[in-house]
Design a protein. Structure first.
Lengths: 771, 506
């Protein structure tokens, strides 16, 4: 088999933006955060991504502003480099090579030219012990500088960046780990250690989780795993230190931050409530509840006018200092697993998967931005550990996107499974889905698969469940009654009490196939008649797919015992089969191609083929490590015109897949990359204006006009006078108002002066032509 | 920041009939007016003339009522015995009636004494009607004969002796002066043409025929007898079209609505059913207190008049458009409209500083408590609510939050007895059982240590136990029945071979 080099596997959006604390620039206009292997610059007012600072080759593990130049920022990465960026222009200024896996970065105004980074004790990736080292940046003009000099400041620190903090402008540094707090004074070059008594025998986990130092006074606030906040004072000696305790959080305090003036202390945890404590009047608190998900980081702008909180659901909330939410930057929400399959909304062409608990998210792949969240469960989310929540486990769209079916389930520890099937209709007026029917307990056990009939005549939904039945749901029209149309069960079927695992409609909706363990049954959805059964033992059927277009007479199935079978439905016989451990079979809805992901010795291979011939069109070995469980063909907004045989399958649609580590990957061809490169040049915009969708619409247009004008005017020796300089306007502005004629008379003159007269235009064209 | 999402109250499907256009139409009548007559009311007939008076035949007299009066406008009492079938002529001037004494009498509506007496039958005459040319009268009698009489000469024109039992119903054609249909207790319907001496069509109803009715087009004929209402296609030589069996006692009377779109049948089972004449499905039904013998609809369905065996005449008038609005009477005192728009439509002036106020969302009492995580208080407020759906929804929500045990625990005697009372009322309701069974188990777990300390709670617990035991017995019986039915269904299902690809392969 030939390996094709023209097609690359690339990351395309959807990376985490909540991995490390975001940074607000000193003018509060931009927000910087590490996102995968790049640093993203967002506008705080419009939530739009202004720059994507690319250069790191591994995960970015920290971003800080350069204390000596507020237009620059340092970023550190797991690839062992620290890079200095000009974030307003998006330019990489310098790269410092440190050659250690860097976990976090800290700076302080007192220590100019020194960076503090957390690296492993021994230079191994698997090391458990970490140290804080000072990096003295060499002064040299080269863009890439090797840093030789590292001096250890603190040994045995936590790799969590929230557990290290500079106090009173850099006089001391405090770090917490486990049950110990360590304060190092730079002037005295001396460190003090304070430790708490373990409360483990009382059932209390009072270990440190985070730390923040007061910017003006000698006070350290520490957060603890039991929800307490301790304020440490008088810690510049070993014995007579004191601390006071604040307690509001009922679970671990994830993050703490003092405001720049030190008047307030902000704290957050799993409760997803931002708590604002008044310094010295700690019984006065302000709350900002229901922020959506657990707070992981809090950042405050240098002037104290903006706060921002990172949340566990890959979200950054920007909050005004009056404790009001002003903007939300939402990335792709990825839980530890995608319970619903990846889907494409036929209307918006957005990627749909389960996002926040109880929600479906609509994510635009082209713009790498979340469009909206659809609340499926419609219940108050209780932010508490150990509560069984409803989860969206299945979802399906019909062919036109008019109907959405969702299944949510909740399994309690003691009692039974709760399942709800909900059907949503698309409302043209509000441009969103509206709940139409709720079916409580549609099946007695978990629903394994669900699909809509693609035929245009009927709106039919089929669900299969582990209780051994499949059910067909029909939209019943009550035209004679006052009620609107609602869904009801039309047919319940089964096959020898076997458990159905998957279902699939043929492309025209005339056939319906179910995989009942080892047996594939084919039904007619109009008469609910069992047409035929197919089986290729051993091994239960895992996936079923009907062929499309010219291959619509084939039915493909994969089994758990490493078989990929293709049946011919006209003869009801096996056409071909190959031994392959196919973990996922996905049909392209726009062509007859199929993609099979095969897991082999710890990594995944991809084969793209047509059902009519058992010869792959394209194959890629060792795509990624681990199994690929979810993939989807997304339509392209612009067709590619690739003529090479191996990349033709990517012309109409693009294959996205989720790896084991929940990275969203896709395939890109050479032509596509060329096109992207060309368009990125076009998109260079003036950064003095915050980028908004309006700006992208109008600004680019204006720019093009300007360019055109320049093109026109260049051959001329002198430029045409700008409207501001025209005589009419000058006259209008310079003459005193009481001697001017009436405004109605002036208006037409003024407007005419703004227009480009046709005579001058033609003159210009003449000039262009003649030379 | 999202706002608090209120507890979702589950909507349970409403049992019973759905609200259709028909139910709205047929429910739009006022409460019935009831008039007591002297005996069973055998016939009601509306006058075709404008005020639409109606003749009610009961016992030995015929009363004529006006459309809105409850007192008879006029009474005909010159009968020697029970009168039958008082019917108006199509011009509304004459009225004919049969009698138990076999004499048929013709009255002027304004007069009192019979204008003509037709003597010729030997037994009671149950049917008397005018033909469409207004000059002849059709009578049917218990002597198995039916006759045509000439009004001016009061002579008998023709006598048909074809039936072999009492003839209790008949109808004349409105379009053809010579056609009429009779229905008899010999189970047959016969169609006669006055121009020939024999019946032209015979249909077998299989039951003693109680009522016949022509459709306005007269292409179809409806007959009622026994529990059946049957529709016959006259243009296809009397082929049966539909047989309806919606009553569980003899159907006594048939009637068409004003526009001919609905058929009404009245029966001894005290119901009046309304059928759609396109698909013959029952779209509505009325209940009455006694067996119904006669039924009539005023033109345009303005009123429904029903006569019953106990001599009660029930009249329902259609609601007028003002009365549809709801019960009139003391209007509820409400704040004037000005109160609600106070300051809302104020436009800020140029230099005004506008302080925006966010709209306050209204939360139910239990939701307010849930928002503050006061679980016990939330349950208390929910228990005060009358609707069990709401209480169950709150219990379910508490269970989801994992705090149901906290909410149930720590109650004194009064609180606990209120809670157990609620459980006694609703735990066996199939809609609420899944939620309430877990709550009941929790209560028993929590309070088992204090059983025996309060007589009130103990009594309630014993009642709860009895209730649950009875319910378990019911469930067991039902499961047994289900098992029986399953075997029955399985044995009736035909077995079919599914084509198997195994033998087609080589």
């Amino acid at each position: 088999m030939v390996e094709h080099t023209g097609i690359r596997v690339v990351h395309r959006g959807g990376s985490k933006i909540n991995f490390r604390e975001p940074v607000i620039t000193s003018d509060s206009r931009f927000l910087l955060c590490g996102s995968g292997e790049s640093v993203k610059v967002y506008s705080t007012s419009t939530e739009e991504c202004v720059h994507d600072l690319q250069g790191h080759t591994d995960l970015v593990t920290g971003v800080v502003l350069n204390p000596s130049n507020h237009l620059q920022a340092y970023s550190c990465s797991a690839d062992g480099t620290v890079r200095l960026w000009d974030f307003t222009d998006g330019i990489l200024i310098k790269t410092f090579i440190i050659r250690y896996h860097i976990f976090s970065i800290h700076v302080s105004e007192k220590h100019v030219g020194v960076l503090f980074v957390v690296v492993p004790m021994a230079n191994e990736k698997g090391s458990e012990l970490f140290q804080l080292v000072a990096v003295h940046l060499p002064r040299s003009g080269d863009p890439e500088v090797e840093v030789g000099e590292l001096s250890a400041v603190l040994c045995d620190v936590s790799p969590n960046p929230g557990a290290v903090s500079f106090g009173t402008g850099g006089e001391y540094i405090a770090a917490a780990k486990g049950l110990q707090l360590e304060v190092f004074f730079f002037k005295k070059q001396k460190s003090y250690r304070f430790s708490l008594k373990s409360g483990m025998n009382k059932g209390i986990n009072n270990s440190f989780t985070c730390i923040s130092c007061h910017p003006k006074e000698d006070c350290i606030a520490t957060g603890h795993a039991d929800g307490k906040i301790r304020l440490w004072r008088n810690f510049n000696q070993k014995k007579e230190y004191t601390y006071s305790t604040l307690h509001w959080h009922h679970n671990a305090v994830n993050t703490l931050r003092f405001t720049p003036e030190g008047t307030n202390l902000l704290s957050g945890g799993i409760e997803s409530v931002l708590v604002q404590w008044r310094y010295t009047q700690e019984n006065q608190k302000d709350f900002l509840p229901r922020l959506g998900a657990a707070i992981t980081h809090i950042a405050v702008s240098p002037d104290g006018s903006l706060f921002c909180t990172s949340h566990a659901d890959n979200k950054i909330t920007i909050i005004l200092s009056s404790v009001k939410v002003s903007a939300i930057i939402q990335g792709l929400v990825k839980d530890d697993c995608v319970r619903t399959d990846l889907m494409i909304d036929p209307r918006s062409k957005a990627l749909v998967l389960n996002g926040k608990p109880g929600h479906l998210q609509f994510y635009s792949l082209h713009r790498d931005k979340q469009l909206y969240n659809l609340d499926i469960v419609q219940q108050e989310y209780i932010h508490e550990q150990g509560v069984d929540q409803f989860q969206v486990v299945k979802a399906a769209f019909d062919t036109h996107g008019d109907w959405l079916a969702t299944v949510e389930e909740r399994r309690q520890k003691s009692s039974e499974l709760e399942i709800n099937l909900k059907l949503w209709s698309y409302d043209e007026q509000t441009q969103s889905f509206v709940l139409n029917t709720t079916v409580t307990a549609p099946h007695e056990d978990q629903i394994t698969a669900m699909c809509f009939s693609p035929s245009p005549e009927t709106t039919l939904l089929v669900t299969t469940s582990l209780d051994g039945h499949f059910k067909a749901w029909l939209l019943a029209d009550h035209s004679d009654t006052e009620e609107s149309a609602s869904w009801s069960c039309d047919f319940v079927g089964g096959y020898h009490l076997l458990k159905p695992g998957c279902c699939c409609f043929s492309a025209d909706g005339s056939l319906l196939a179910f995989g009942f363990q080892e047996v594939v049954t084919v039904w007619s959805p109009t008469s609910w008649e069992l047409l035929t059964t197919l089986s290729q033992p051993p091994g239960a059927v895992r996936d079923l797919c009907f062929g499309r277009l010219s291959c619509s007479k084939y039915l493909l199935g994969t089994s758990t015992k490493n078989q990929l079978c293709c049946w011919n439905l006209l003869t009801c016989s096996l056409e071909w089969n190959t031994p392959m451990d196919v973990s996922l079979l996905q049909a392209d809805p726009f062509s007859e191609n199929m993609a099979a992901f095969c897991s082999q010795s710890g990594s995944t291979d991809l084969f793209v083929f047509k059902p009519s011939e058992p010869r792959p069109l394209f194959s890629k070995k060792a795509l990624c490590t681990g199994k690929v469980e979810r993939a989807i063909f997304a339509p392209r907004d612009q067709m590619l015109e690739s003529s090479e045989e191996y990349s033709q399958w990517l012309n109409r649609s693009q294959l996205y897949f989720l790896t084991q580590h929940m990275d969203l990957m896709t395939f890109s061809t050479k032509t596509e990359e060329d096109r992207l490169l060309a368009s990125s040049k076009q998109l260079m915009v003036d950064d003095s204006v915050a980028i908004t969708p309006f700006y992208l619409l109008l600004g680019r247009h204006k720019q093009q006009q300007q360019e055109k004008q320049e093109l026109l005017t260049n051959p001329l020796a002198e430029r045409t006078p700008l409207p501001q300089g025209s005589i009419a306007i000058k006259e209008l502005l310079d003459t005193p108002a009481h001697v001017l004629p009436s405004a109605s008379f002036l208006c037409s003159m003024f407007v005419r002066s703004l227009l480009v007269s046709s005579s001058s235009r033609s003159k210009l064209e003449d000039n262009v032509c003649t030379p | 920041m999202a706002s608090f999402k209120p507890t979702k109250i589950q909507i349970y499907p409403q049992l019973g009939a759905k609200v259709t256009q028909d139910t709205l139409y047929w429910k739009n009548y006022k409460a019935p007016v009831q008039v007591k007559e002297f005996g069973a009311i055998t016939n009601i007939d509306f006058s075709p003339l404008a005020p639409h008076n109606y003749a009610v035949t009961a016992s030995t007299r015929i009363h004529i009522y006006g459309p809105f009066s409850q007192e008879p406008v006029k009474t005909f009492t010159r009968f020697k015995d029970t009168a039958y079938s008082g019917r108006f002529r199509s011009d509304g001037q004459l009225l004919v009636a049969g009698c138990e004494d076999s004499v048929v009498r013709l009255f002027d509506v304004s007069g009192k004494v019979a204008l003509r007496m037709f003597k010729g039958h030997t037994k009671a005459v149950h049917v008397a009607d005018f033909t469409s040319d207004c000059y002849h009268i059709l009578t049917c009698s218990d002597d198995y004969t039916c006759c045509l009489w000439d009004i001016p000469n009061s002579t008998e024109l023709t006598k048909y002796k074809e039936h072999s039992d009492y003839i209790r119903c008949g109808a004349t054609s409105k379009l053809n002066k010579d056609l009429f249909v009779t229905g008899s207790y010999d189970h047959t319907l016969k169609m006669f043409d006055a121009r020939v001496q024999k019946s032209v069509m015979t249909m077998d109803h299989n039951h003693p025929v109680e009522s016949v009715l022509f459709y306005p087009s007269e292409g179809l004929l409806v007959s009622a007898g026994g529990r059946y209402v049957k529709v016959w296609d006259l243009l296809k030589r009397g082929q049966p079209l539909v047989s309806l069996k919606n009553h569980h006692k003899t159907v006594t009377c048939l009637c068409l609505s004003g526009n001919g779109q609905r058929l009404l049948s009245a029966s001894l089972d005290r119901h009046v059913k309304v059928y759609n004449t396109t698909n013959y499905k029952v779209v509505h039904s009325f209940d009455y207190t006694a067996s119904i013998l006669s039924l009539a609809l005023a033109p345009e369905d303005e009123s429904v008049v029903v006569g019953m065996t106990n001599g009660i005449l029930s009249i329902k008038h259609r609601k007028t458009s003002e009365e549809k609005q709801g019960p009139t009477g003391q209007p509820r005192r409400q704040p004037v409209f000005r109160v609600f728009v106070k300051g809302r439509n104020c436009v800020p002036k140029q230099d005004d500083f506008l302080v925006s106020k966010s709209a306050k969302s209204h939360l139910a009492k239990y939701d307010k408590q849930l928002k503050r995580f006061n679980v016990s208080k939330a349950l208390d407020t929910a228990l005060e609510n009358r609707k069990p759906e709401i209480t169950v929804a709150v219990i379910k929500e508490l269970d989801r939050r994992g705090t149901l045990k906290n909410a149930l625990a720590g109650r004194d005697e009064q609180n606990l007895s209120q809670l157990v009372n609620f459980l006694i009322g609703n735990v066996v309701d199939p809609r609420f059982a899944p939620v309430l069974v877990t709550a009941t188990e929790m209560i028993l777990d929590i309070y088992k240590a204090v059983v025996g300390q309060s007589s009130v709670v103990d009594r309630q617990l014993v009642r709860l136990q009895e209730l649950v035991e009875r319910e378990i017995d019911y469930q067991q019986d039902l499961l047994e029945v289900l098992g029986m039915l399953d075997t029955l269904f399985a044995s009736t299902l035909p077995r079919k071979e599914v084509p198997c690809p195994g033998n087609t392969q080589l």
